[in-house]
Design a protein around this ligand. Structure first.
Ligand SMILES: C[S@@+](CC[C@H](N)C(=O)[O-])C[C@H]1O[C@@H](n2cnc3c(N)ncnc32)[C@H](O)[C@@H]1O
Length: 699
């Protein structure tokens, strides 16, 4: 196997694989299997090695593997630990050994009496380290004065830099040598001192790289966070390891005075999507009591482990990088105490009933359900209430957390979240790119607050990429992520608004490159595919021709489509089954809300949806008396629809003016919602609507 496109023979493959430290059988059919596998894995392209792919799969660069291949596993682990600690100068060798035992626990265990002979001397001979004897030397060094070691240039070049290079590459840094030259202490003081947003964000990213190096993890990538929101104050990095068992680490590096429970809750929410098994929060600040309690709660109730490196620990690690081992180990031991024993988990209380009682986990339990004494909630009182509902004015993230903790569960969430429109509306949109991340924060809360048989309905507009006649796919990305987080797409709906203006004018009316965009996507999502729904609750009035047919009868015959229209067809089933295209205009000009706004000089909400939209889904997916939630309620059309349909409702709106204005909807007693006007279809075009025709066959 040769790099650079040279051909190779089967015999050379054996030699090359052995050279790279693999055990290879001489059996030629085994070998051709290996070759095939390497091709499938992308390591072999034609007849040359793709070194990048090879490094990716082998977990270290070719250079490192080459260099370490003649060494024993404990020697190899020692050098990797030395690289992880970023040692540059004389260092007591026992610190490196301890770090290797921490990193490769279960894989290597050193015989401390033999360290000099079995580890240090051979590595010195190979030119990786220099040894400086201290009085009483290394034997039995756990108690006595340990010998000091120093990495050589060969070690830097062949082991340390290539390992760091892999991390840097994944983190998007090209200046490996520069990163290598920055000590952990420098990084920490950089994070503490940088005032400029970009500098601080970079310092936090370097901190993530250094933590990854220190823990010997494989860097997966950095999550783009919303700099506007966090002002360059945090970085989320993902790392993984396949040592003994697979683990995925979600590491948040944060420059802040406090580690609050909201910060942890957010990470717990992200872990739901990132599938992390470990959350590590690294911060210059101190953990609050509320956050510490919440951390324990999550550890005890989920598969997650959450570790914290606070400001004090960070300084300790800056002084002595190896101390990260003891800091994390003590928290791991604590987690072992916190996680319930199997007896408690499975309710195996025994005949004596001595075991702890099982607490059944609820779906989507990973939400903030503990508020520390230092973080009291202010969002407990509704801005206004009606006989059927409550409007809360606040951030839906906080209010929903509060409602979940109170044990509130809803049958339906129907909402129109703020859209990522190219031309920003007045109510503040997230940029399309950041939108998905922003929205996904709410998903664990939605899952927790929804009854298992409940539904989530999202009305979402699409948007154009700025400057070109092409559409953004952000809403599709969002749909995929929501579905990957545990929801099923029960059905997609389209809200067709025939009165929609022909925008963007540039592409539609001026250059005539595109047609009118007249639909909004409405996604109906469920956690249980058999969630409660009944289309008999949303039957449409029959068309005139169907009414005539029901009156006058129909002569049974086979239609050209092959449908056998039998006499059963003449049964009046109360209306036709609606399609998934919901047609109604969004031109509300005469509502009680608009009139009341005008009278009081209040500016109406600029992006209201037509009442027929929540009306349809509330009737379809809930029964009278059940509870409906709109977390981004705006002018609270959802609340009004629910009230008028005899359902209970909860609405949340962050903007005080919109929340106040929405109260005008409830000044007069609720009356039934009249059905949307039905468009007449010309007789000659369609004698009977398809949905009406299909009705008798859907039993
Ligand atoms: C598209 S509008 C909803 C309009 C609403 N369907 C109606 O018919 O009036 C989205 C609303 O979400 C609100 N909003 C944005 N972020 C929010 C948050 N984090 N919590 C609660 N409301 C939020 C905005 O102020 C805006 O009024």
């Amino acid at each position: 196997m040769k790099s650079g496109g040279a051909k190779f023979s089967l015999g050379e493959v054996t030699a090359e694989l052995r050279k790279r430290g693999f055990h290879v059988s001489d059996n030629s059919s085994d070998l051709s299997g290996v070759l095939n596998w390497l091709r499938v894995a992308g390591v072999l392209k034609d007849y040359s090695v793709d070194e990048e792919k090879y490094s990716e799969l082998a977990g270290a660069s070719t250079k490192t593997i080459e260099s370490l291949k003649g060494l024993t596993v404990p020697q190899n682990s020692f050098l990797r630990a030395l690289a992880a600690l970023g040692v540059k100068d004389w260092t007591p060798h026992n610190q490196v050994v301890e770090h290797a035992e921490m990193l490769y626990s279960g894989e290597v265990r050193y015989n401390w009496k033999e360290l000099d002979r079995v580890i240090l001397k051979p590595l010195e001979k190979e030119g990786f380290i220099e040894i400086q004897k201290r009085p009483k030397s290394t034997e039995g060094a756990r108690g006595g004065k340990p010998a000091e070691i120093k990495p050589t240039e060969k070690f830097e070049k062949e082991v340390s830099l290539p390992i760091l290079e892999l991390i840097c590459k994944a983190a998007g840094f090209s200046d490996v040598r520069e990163i290598a030259s920055i000590s952990f202490a420098d990084v920490v003081s950089g994070v503490q001192q940088k005032k400029d947003i970009d500098d601080r964000a970079r310092a936090l990213e370097i901190l993530a790289v250094k933590i990854c190096q220190l823990l010997g993890l494989d860097f997966m990538g950095i999550r783009a966070t919303d700099e506007d929101v966090v002002a360059g104050g945090e970085v989320d990095a993902f790392m993984e390891s396949a040592r003994l068992v697979y683990s995925r680490w979600q590491i948040q590096c944060k420059a802040s005075a406090q580690i609050t429970y909201e910060a942890i809750a957010k990470e717990v929410g992200v872990a739901e999507v990132s599938l992390a098994t470990v959350i590590l929060i690294v911060s210059t600040g101190k953990i609050t009591d509320g956050a510490a309690t919440y951390r324990k709660k999550i550890i005890s109730k989920s598969q997650l482990n959450i570790a914290i490196i606070d400001g004090e620990s960070l300084e300790q690690i800056a002084k002595s990088p190896a101390s990260i081992g003891s800091i994390l180990n003590s928290q791991a031991r604590e987690a072992m105490q916190i996680k319930p024993r199997p007896k408690a988990v499975f309710g195996l209380g025994g005949v004596s009933g001595g075991g702890a009682k099982a607490i059944p986990a609820k779906a989507g339990e990973r939400v903030p359900d503990i508020v520390g004494a230092d973080e009291p909630f202010k969002l407990t009182t509704p801005a206004y209430s009606t006989p059927m509902g409550d409007m809360f004015c606040g951030d839906a993230y906080d209010v929903l957390g509060y409602l979940v903790r109170k044990g509130i569960r809803v049958k339906l969430i129907v909402t129109s979240p703020p859209f990522a429109l190219v031309r920003k509306k007045e109510y503040g949109n997230e940029d399309a790119d950041k939108y998905v991340d922003w929205f996904m924060r709410f998903i664990p809360l939605f899952r927790s607050i929804l009854q298992p048989e409940g539904s989530l309905v999202i009305d979402i507009g699409s948007t154009w990429i700025k400057g070109i006649p092409a559409k953004s796919t952000y809403h599709l990305k969002l749909l995929l992520q929501v579905c990957e987080s545990g929801f099923y797409l029960a059905q997609e709906f389209y809200h067709y608004n025939p009165a929609r203006l022909p925008t963007p004018a540039e592409w539609v009316t001026i250059r005539r490159l595109r047609v009118k965009d007249a639909v909004n996507n409405v996604w109906w999502l469920v956690q249980d595919p058999f969630a409660d729904a009944d289309n008999r609750r949303v039957l449409r009035e029959y068309s005139d021709s169907m009414k005539a047919l029901l009156r006058n009868g129909y002569k049974a015959k086979l239609r050209p489509s092959g449908h056998d229209i039998s006499t059963k067809f003449q049964i009046d089933r109360g209306g036709s089954i609606p399609p998934n295209v919901l047609e109604f205009s969004n031109t509300e000009s005469n509502s009680q809300y608009l009139r009341a706004c005008k009278e009081r000089g209040i500016k109406p909400h600029p992006a209201r949806f037509p009442i027929y939209l929540p009306d349809f889904f509330i009737r379809f997916l809930t029964k009278p008396g059940e509870l409906v939630l709109d977390p981004f309620a705006g002018s609270n059309v959802t609340g009004e629809a629910a009230e008028r349909l005899g359902r209970k409702w909860i609405a949340v709106e962050i903007d005080e003016d919109y929340a106040k204005g929405s109260a005008l909807r409830f000044e007069k007693p609720a009356r039934p919602i009249e059905r949307p006007p039905r468009r007449r279809v010309p007789r000659e075009r369609v004698a009977l609507r398809e949905t009406e025709l299909s009705l008798p066959f859907v039993q």
